[in-house]
Design a protein around this ligand. Sequence first.
Ligand code: SF4
Length: 764
Amino acid sequence: MAKKNPIGKSSKAAGGWGALKSVGNQLLGSGKPVSGVRIMLKANQPDGFDCPGCAWGDPEHGSSFEFCENGVKAVSWEATKGRTSPGFFAKYSVSELRTWSDYELENQGRLTNPMRYNAQTDHYEPVSWGSAFAEIAKELNSLESPNQAEFYTSGRASNEAAFLYQTFVRLYGTNNFPDCSNMCHEASGVALTESIGIGKGTVLLEDFEKADVIFVVGQNPGTNHPRMLADLRKATERGARVIVFNTLKEKGLHRFSDPQKKLEMIRGGSGSTSTDYYRPLLGGDMAIFRGMAKLVFAAEDAAQAAGKEPVLDHDFIRDHCSDFEAYKKLVQETSWEHIENQSGLTREQIGEAADLYISADKVITAWAMGVTQHKHSVQTIREISSFMFLKGNIGRPGAGLCPVRGHSNVQGDRTVGINEKAPAALMDAMERELGVPMPRERGHNVIDAIGAMMSGQAKAFIGLGGNFARATPDSPLIADAMCKLNLTVNIATKLNHGHLLTGKVSYILPCLGRTEIDYNSKGESQLVTVEDSMSMVHGSGGINKPASEVLKSEVKIISGIANATLGNGVVDWHAMAEDNDKIRDLIARVLPMFGDYNAQIRKPRGFRLRNSAAEREWNTPSGKATFSTDDLPEQTEWQRNQKDDQTFILQTFRSHDQYNTTVYGLDDRYRGVYGEREVVFINPEDMKKLGFKAGDRVDIIGCYDDGIERIAHNFMLVSYDIPYGCVAGYYPELNILVPHQTFGDKSFTPASKSVEVRFRLSSK
Ligand code: SF4
């Protein structure tokens, strides 16, 4: 049957009736439409659960509908009626399941029982928790060194699970913590630590109500942080300027129709979420901020010459900053030709944005993967910070830096110790508390773990959530390497492709979801906690009956493995698993910022972890906010390939029906694609130059010259408003083209936004 043409109209505005229709479909699809609504009314509520979606903050005084369309997708995906039971695994072999798509696998529903892979039958078979923990422990303890094991964490893990995990892994003897943030905001953490002494954003949600100008850079909130649209719209409605730098015209960054505004919905109305929109080339953001800084300095000189009020915040620079003169010299020596060629914007365009910055008193800059997944991302974020220092836009109301994190607790996991670079203060405190030495040598991040698996140095992989093999670059190479491991263990709510990459001994351990009640032995339901992008820590308590009586919480699973592997001589794992308050008490003892933790999280909306930079205290080597001294890259990938009209720069991104590697559906209605994921977005002129037309099927060929063939076969060309030489498509499907050797300086984040590719007509 001919495939329906997947290209259709894209919706006029983000949100709106399209969102309600999508919400309806998701709730119906979960098989529990009525209870689904009841569940959603508890999402992001003080007495409810934290949406397992993104890490956008919750307003102090929120509404009863504190969720978005993608929050409904995340929750109904978890609270589905579907079950992936032992019967399912008896029916389908692992080899067969490997041919299924990511969507088909997860769409089966919730895992119900611990499963062990039987290589003889090529099927997963049910086992008891006890035997699973015992065999996993035997395998871990049989390794020559703890450094032969990789312990992966997905940003969904709660603070309690992540803290207990790092305690277990460090007592086991390694710092091998490949972590999903290595693939997303690592560059933000590294750059901000260098610039302001803390790897986190400095603003609160309330600051978005005060800012005069909000820069939104390399971010697509319409899909990845949808509730942010309401905050941006409110800002434009009160006269603030929302200035967007994004290679793509993203629907959500133009207009938003708020489903909570009944009259507007009836009239089919919407409101602006931005006032100024610029389309830089991939990797061009650093050059933009360098150009704006150049104009700020020029405005300062003009003001001085005219005897007018200074443009720069001299008090802030004098009292709080270091390396100002070096930065000023660097900026003034950077040529406009370099800036314009690299950014893809004209001096006039950059000037418009700079004028808005100069005339504004309070400014916020927010960013996401479009900034963090390049080779020079750390330098870019340092440039953004330096630009913001010029007018003291940090550590005061309505002003500051805001890396918007993707996963609901990716920031929290890092705060409680998921870090291959063992934080000295935490290690000291853990040694004091537990009376045993902690491993101090640097462990493995994601890129290191990939290398260790491919070289055979790694023998075991434990995944606390996530879909490591699909989220990482060079997916086929990772898949091969994982199947050669002695042990693979995946703690998860739903089946995904990574679980089918079985080592000699392989387990899938099903855990409770965020919406489900975790009872302790006294029958009390337990709270877990998460930290959002604004450093707000709040409680989350499940409201649903678990999908299966056999399920255990992430905390109980980690305790079971830890107890079987290490015994409970140092930590009483059972006691910890029985009472999350005990885990929080231990966290508070070794991480003073969590003082009085258990009392604090029982306050509505929880509490804010102290952010030193937001109080203008700089934990940097100089004790000051530190201006960047990084040159602009000589050339970006786009510039390097400019002359060759056969080579393009690919960025991978999410569709609107996707959350990280979880695919909720096959539509991307904001981009007008329906029922299809094997698409590549290309500029119509570039397509013509190649002799192709929209709808043609092509093979996308990776150009990285290391002798490894990287080809994504049979993808459909979609004509799209994207700058020349730039193309885009979805991950995880296109991670096959991202070389594991290309990653960010200092961040080691795969450079998924600047991959060199070519096309040929598909032979299929
Ligand atoms: S904005 Fe993010 S956290 Fe909030 S409901 Fe949507 S997906 Fe969930």
